[in-house]
Design a protein around this ligand. Structure first.
Ligand SMILES: Nc1nc2c(c(=O)[nH]1)N(C=O)[C@@H](CNc1ccc(C(=O)N[C@@H](CCC(=O)O)C(=O)O)cc1)CN2
Ligand SMILES: Nc1ncnc2c1ncn2[C@@H]1O[C@H](COP(=O)(O)OP(=O)(O)OP(=O)(O)O)[C@@H](O)[C@H]1O
Length: 231
């Protein structure tokens, strides 16, 4: 494995150095975290509960600062991929916040989509265009989603990138979500990284090992406030 480190200066602008990458570090040394807690032998449910508690214990100031740093890295990723149709999520339950990223992407005329729980097909998502004037409604989990308009639905194969929420991840790109299997079913439709699935998460969501099942599809890229992990 080779590593590229992106060190940041005091204004958090990434300064690139060194070689070819599987993991890129964005942080100043003081910001490096112990990346893992040892999840070996923990059940999926215990890992989920533990990580959800961890990310919810960040203060609002920490949340917004980390989201700003991570959004800069995600923006760079979107631009590097020349992605024009991007699905992301509206922050829920202590997830790495996307609001600033959303504003920046609208400014750049990148077309955004949000997941919507499918009205009939259980466990599946629809991706619906999200504009400044979209009419929003809460789903059964209290997450805001655009009102269904069939003309605004995009099929997964037409997306360039899916920024994927997650609860826990490991260094192999394995992810665990909120438990509905919604993104597992979505990622099952990806062919040759089209669309590119990019996880977006706090560093404290990394665990030593996510227990996997046959339906779990690893993420090729995960971006945190301090790292870009490429599998
Ligand atoms: N921001 C965001 N949007 C998303 C997801 C996500 O993980 N994050 N999803 C990713 O799949 C889908 C929604 N999946 C979800 C599944 C469970 C819960 C949840 O809060 N479950 C409660 C129990 C709720 C109940 O039983 O009614 C819980 O676990 O406490 C939330 C979202 C689509 N939208
Ligand atoms: N591709 C798939 N096809 C059919 N069923 C699936 C598929 N992926 C997952 N499931 C079902 O969904 C259930 C929940 O899966 P899991 O606990 O891995 O969800 P999750 O990754 O935590 O949630 P999410 O993907 O919504 O963030 C599993 O019990 C499994 O039966």
């Amino acid at each position: 494995m080779s590593i590229t480190r992106f060190m940041t200066n005091s204004s958090n602008r990434p300064l690139t150095s060194t070689s070819s990458a599987r993991i890129s570090y964005f942080a100043t040394p003081s910001e490096f975290q112990e990346p893992l807690f040892d999840s070996t032998d923990m059940s999926r449910e215990n890992i989920r509960r533990h990580v959800r508690q961890e990310r919810n214990s960040l203060s609002p100031e920490e949340q917004s600062q980390l989201a700003l740093i991570a959004s800069r890295h995600m923006l760079a990723e979107i631009q590097a991929q020349s992605a024009k149709h991007v699905a992301l999520y509206v922050t829920h339950d202590g997830e790495l916040a996307t609001q600033k990223l959303i504003e920046a992407l609208w400014e750049l005329d990148i077309t955004l989509y949000l997941p919507r729980i499918h009205p009939f097909s259980k466990g599946n998502l629809l991706f619906v265009r999200y504009d400044r004037d979209s009419v929003m409604v809460n789903n059964q989990y209290g997450i805001s989603e655009p009102q269904l308009n069939v003309q605004h639905v995009i099929t997964v194969d037409k997306l360039d990138m899916i920024i994927t929420p997650l609860v826990a991840f490991d260094e192999h790109g394995n992810r665990m979500g909120m438990g509905g299997g919604y993104y597992d079913r979505t990622l099952a439709q990806v062919v040759d990284n089209k669309p590119l699935a990019v996880g977006f998460a706090h560093d404290c969501q990394q665990v030593s090992q996510v227990p996997t099942d046959f339906w779990d599809i690893p993420l090729p890229v995960i971006i945190t406030p301090t790292r870009r992990l490429a599998i």
